[in-house]
Design a protein around this ligand. Structure first.
Ligand SMILES: O=C(O)CCC(=O)C(=O)O
Ligand SMILES: [Fe+2]
Length: 271
């Protein structure tokens, strides 16, 4: 199946057609939701916290996570002032990321599209930086809700694409309409903690065919909104020159129970 993307106008007007597409397919991609400049700024601010292999960064909107994932880096900064400056940068970067997680724009899009009130739960940067160890991880078909375990389609993943993504540089692939099955059985496996040579993701116990698969070849600034029960995965980045960074911002219907998770430590953040 070919990917259909929807253009958003400047006032982020969500139509019945958008809601119908989302409800039927379990996802929607909006073009122009974010500017290339915004994507560059988000990317630049997080790059100070990447490690040598460009491992994912969990919850960049929380200073304690940015600092906790940079301990090695911080311990190498011998100069006192430089160390304090680094921590100050972590605090500023976290609030910059938080401002996107709970932005008016996201609130408007989610509430109009899904007609529910939401809270922010977690964020993650997934790099697949060209020619690095972690570029070689491709996620097996999984449902993001296998981690949060929310009822009634209450878990929603959104992805902001920092870079143009293609099959070659590790784009996502989706199986439209699979969200209709709800949360299915799966084989528990590593995700954030996956090591080189492993295939991250809680693989779904479901028959899937390539015929029903959509490759999510997108532009920088595109915005994916996906039902937490939609089955998806991703390719490895084989490109020698094109990195594929994305920001994953995740939400839950306000007031509904979610599983916090040992690593993600989801918590309700009000808009
Ligand atoms: O960034 C990717 O390639 C896929 C990541 C993903 O699906 C996830 O973290 O749940
Ligand atoms: Fe996922």
């Amino acid at each position: 199946m070919k990917l259909q993307v929807f253009k958003l106008n400047n006032s982020f007007h969500i139509t019945k057609e958008h809601s119908n597409f989302y409800n039927k397919n379990g996802f929607i991609v909006f073009r122009n939701a974010f500017s290339k400049k915004e994507m560059r700024e988000l990317d630049q601010s997080i790059s100070s916290f990447s490690d040598k292999g460009w491992h994912n960064i969990m919850n960049p909107d929380r200073a304690e996570f940015l600092i906790g994932q940079s301990i090695e880096k911080i311990s190498k900064i011998k100069n006192f002032n430089a160390r304090i400056n680094f921590i100050e940068k972590a605090i500023n970067t976290a609030s910059f990321y938080r401002s996107y997680l709970v932005s008016k724009r996201v609130k408007r899009i989610l509430e109009k599209l899904i007609k529910k009130k939401f809270v922010g739960l977690m964020t993650q940067v997934i790099f697949k930086h060209a020619n690095t160890k972690f570029a070689k991880l491709g996620w097996v078909p999984h449902q993001d809700n296998s981690y949060a375990k929310m009822k009634n389609h209450s878990y929603v993943t959104t992805n902001l694409f920092i870079h143009k993504a293609t099959k070659k540089n590790g784009c996502l692939y989706l199986f439209p309409e699979t969200h209709k099955k709800g949360l299915v059985n799966f084989k528990k496996y590593y995700s954030y903690h996956a090591k080189i040579g492993q295939k991250p993701g809680n693989r779904v116990d479901m028959m899937l065919t390539d015929k029903n698969k959509v490759d999510l070849e997108v532009q920088a600034g595109d915005y994916l909104i996906m039902n937490g029960n939609l089955v998806h995965g991703s390719y490895v980045n084989k490109s020698k020159k094109n990195s594929r960074h994305l920001l994953s911002f995740n939400y839950g219907v306000k007031g509904e129970y979610f599983f916090p998770g040992k690593t993600a430590k989801r918590k309700a953040i009000n808009f």
